[in-house]
Design a protein around this ligand. Structure first.
Ligand code: AMP
Length: 282
């Protein structure tokens, strides 16, 4: 396992793989957990070499305090990665290396995907995600890139980014890895108290409740069910809940038989923002 901090040293290592070997890429912001490791293991099993980036990307944070408090645990991350089997290359650059002086986002039109849910609540977030991934994809030129369904909207946007930027990479979505109580693993969970971590199972429980009631309830009833689940909760406050078309990500206005629907939510536990989602139909 090799750690690279500059573009030059990364490219030097990758150059010997370009000819007839495949490169997998797993972009992360570090504070690694089993969710990240699942993506990395899938990449290792499908490619000759896997590049894992660890970079807390400033341009995708719309909230300065969130950026500052985001956990940074590079030494631990490297120890954890060392325990994995497989041919791994770690890229942990600074913002200066990634952005070369101009820490700015491009402005993207992702066909409307960027205006829903996370896009509404985190202005500029997906421009930042698109910008940094475009830089990484052009540098690394991976054959495959792996993204978690935990950030389902991001996964759809990355697929669109690849089309817009005409990048030659297969974008592969991977299932959400959860704690035993259902809480989706997230680097931000490190900032939860024990009590908040236990309470936060409510995100998963609510999604399951919506999935179980989807067929026999109206959208109005389902939305009420989700918002009631968080009413008067001392630890959690609901920022949004939406049932959306899983392809367009537009809010469902009616239930159609052949349309795949997914439920999405964002919840605050103190100042820690948690998101989750689940397919609810078919
Ligand atoms: P992050 O470090 O939070 O930017 O996440 C890096 C990648 O790991 C993204 O593609 C996430 O969707 C994915 N990821 C994060 N948490 C999970 C999880 N619990 N299960 C599956 N994938 C995840």
């Amino acid at each position: 396992m090799k750690l690279h901090k500059t573009r030059e040293s990364l490219l030097d290592t990758l150059s010997s793989y370009r000819q007839n070997k495949t490169i997998g890429f797993v972009p992360t912001m570090g504070a690694l957990h089993r969710g990240h490791l699942a993506l990395i293991s899938q990449s290792v099993s499908e490619n000759d070499i896997t590049v894992v980036s660890i970079f807390v990307n400033p341009t995708q944070f719309n909230n300065q305090a969130d950026l500052e408090k985001y956990p940074r645990t590079l030494e631990n991350d490297l120890q954890l990665l060392k325990t994995l089997k497989g041919n791994l290359v770690i890229f942990a650059p600074t913002a200066e290396v990634v952005y070369d002086q101009k820490v700015l986002s491009k402005s993207y039109d992702f066909g409307g995907l960027e205006n829903e849910m996370e896009g509404k609540h985190r202005p500029g977030h997906f421009d930042g995600v698109g910008t940094v991934l475009n830089i990484f994809f052009r540098l690394i030129r991976p054959n495959r890139a792996y993204f978690g369904e935990k950030d389902f909207q991001q996964l759809q946007i990355v697929k669109k980014l690849v089309e817009i930027e005409m990048l030659n990479v297969d974008v592969i979505g991977c299932p959400i890895v959860r704690e035993a109580n259902g809480l989706a693993l997230s680097s931000r969970n490190q900032r939860l108290s024990q009590e908040e971590r236990e309470e936060a199972a409510l995100l998963y429980q609510t999604l399951v409740q919506i999935r179980e009631n989807f067929a026999n309830s109206s959208l109005t009833e389902l939305n009420a069910m989700a918002s009631e689940a968080f009413t008067n909760n001392d630890f959690l406050s609901l920022e949004y809940f939406e049932i959306a078309n899983a392809t367009t990500l537009k809010t469902a206005e009616e239930k159609n038989h052949n349309v795949p629907y997914r439920a999405f939510l964002a919840v605050f536990a103190g100042d820690v923002r948690l998101i989750d989602n689940m397919q609810v139909s078919p």
